[in-house]
Design a protein around this ligand. Structure first.
Ligand SMILES: C[S@@+](CC[C@H](N)C(=O)[O-])C[C@H]1O[C@@H](n2cnc3c(N)ncnc32)[C@H](O)[C@@H]1O
Length: 170
């Protein structure tokens, strides 16, 4: 998908709510994933956060000390996200692939990778390859960790039923 589709205003014209209506379902699936993996991240980033509704709903369900950061390349989506901002929920108009020195307990990528010409560019920029396993696909799970105590047990879990994905970066 051409990047300027998101930045030119054409995407907003076709998707005036920027998928906000799907956010409750996505958050339900994310919460299920947290429980399954027994994780309680304190800093959460969403790459391609759209209108920011997923992060807003997550903030309501997670520890109040959690810090949320959303990245968007689309000025139109960024504009929609602004009303959701608060002291622990921030949005940035910035291509995540050009963001070099940030760290988060968890990086969510929902409904983004499958629209990219080369999703591995983004995965590489999230520095997943330092764990060495990106590209191994086993029944919906990429990058299963090793037994060396260093690699995380699961880096990347697909929410496959509706085609969204999320990914954990440690
Ligand atoms: C199909 S929308 C999904 C929006 C939201 N994640 C959701 O699930 O409702 C894909 C979004 O990813 C954004 N995007 C694509 N590549 C990006 C990048 N490198 N950095 C930040 N945002 C990006 C687009 O602008 C668009 O808003």
């Amino acid at each position: 998908m051409a990047k300027d589709l998101y930045t030119s205003g054409a995407y907003l014209e076709k998707n005036p709510t920027w998928h906000v209506d799907e956010s409750p379902w996505k958050v339900k699936e994310i919460m299920r994933m947290f429980q399954r993996q027994s994780i309680a991240p304190k800093t959460i980033c969403e790459v391609g956060c759209g209108a920011g509704e997923v992060l807003r709903l997550l903030q309501m369900r997670l520890d109040s000390k959690c810090i949320f950061s959303g990245y968007e390349i689309s000025p139109q989506a960024f504009e929609l996200s602004k009303s959701r901002e608060n002291d622990r929920l921030h949005f940035k108009l910035q291509n995540f692939m050009e963001e070099k020195s940030v760290y988060f307990d968890l990086i969510l990528v929902l409904d983004v990778l499958e629209h990219m010409e080369n999703p591995y560019d983004l995965l590489r920029d999230m520095r997943l390859p330092r764990f060495g396993r990106v590209g191994e696909e086993k029944s919906g799970t990429l990058s299963e960790g090793g037994d060396d105590g260093k690699t995380p047990t699961k880096l990347y879990e697909g929410i496959q039923a509706r085609g969204s994905t999320s990914c954990r970066n440690e």
